[in-house]
Design a binder for this molecule. Structure first.
Ligand code: DC
Length: 231
């Protein structure tokens, strides 16, 4: 085989991208690359340094002090920020918002772009994020735009928080989701958008299994070897 096979999954917060991408990667023997985790690590760094998310100059300057890398342990992605494994620390709602806020800046996006492209160049990957099909991997063989209604995404988010033992106010979660959607979709650089050659999947009334099957069917149409699916 020549080039790596790349599957790009983009979509708004809470659409189920990571659940789907993780399961799909396991099924196909691909590497799952969660680009949101990289933006989260950047947001965490700026916050720890006391740099405000509206301070573009400070953020751009600090980018030079940051080293982000990815490691895999038992197939699970770990994000390393300046030598520290921050994978657990970045999984909060708050860090999600920091990530969204700092991801509007050119310096932040530029910093992560080459790392993301390098990861996909020689490896079969499923990469999820906001700009994978439109900007990071424009030549990905399969592109999916995965979305779900705001109501369904709110319900899922509240359910996830409850699983972690945390009560949440659905109205507040919905408000936060809408704010994050708005910012991610309306920023100047690499906004969240469905790529022209991406397939739209609305998971509002689909099970995880149905979404996975739909993506596999699409990938088979777009040159994925049937041998990858196994049984
Ligand atoms: O997918 P997530 O919730 O972990 O992403 C956190 C934020 O990072 C998201 O709201 C916007 C930003 N992000 C981005 O701008 N581009 C990506 N490819 C992935 C995430």
């Amino acid at each position: 085989m020549s080039a790596a096979y790349n599957i790009a999954i983009d979509g708004p917060a809470g659409a189920g991208k990571s659940t789907i991408a993780r399961a799909l990667a396991q099924k196909l023997g691909f590497v799952y690359v969660d680009t949101g985790a990289m933006y989260r690590a950047m947001g965490l760094y700026f916050d720890r340094q006391g740099i405000g998310m509206d301070d573009e100059e400070g953020i751009s300057r600090a980018c030079g002090d940051i080293s982000i890398s990815i490691r895999y342990e038992d197939g699970v992605q770990r994000v390393i920020l300046n030598g520290e494994d921050v994978s657990g620390l970045i999984r909060t709602e708050e860090v999600g918002h920091l990530a969204s806020a700092c991801s509007v800046y050119a310096a932040v996006r530029q910093k992560l772009l080459s790392l993301q492209r390098e990861l996909a160049a020689s490896t079969d990957v499923i990469m999820d994020g906001r700009d994978i099909g439109t900007c990071v991997l424009p030549n990905a063989q399969t592109k999916i735009y995965l979305t779900a209604s705001v109501e369904v995404r709110t319900r899922r988010r509240c359910g996830e928080l409850l699983e972690k033992g945390r009560q949440s106010d659905p109205a507040q979660i919905e408000e936060e989701i809408r704010a994050r959607d708005y910012r991610d979709m309306n920023r100047e650089i690499a906004p969240l958008r469905q790529a022209e050659d991406a397939v739209l999947l609305d998971s509002s009334s689909m099970t995880v299994d149905q979404v996975i099957r739909a993506i596999i069917a699409e990938a088979l149409k777009r040159g994925l070897s049937p041998e990858r699916i196994g049984g």
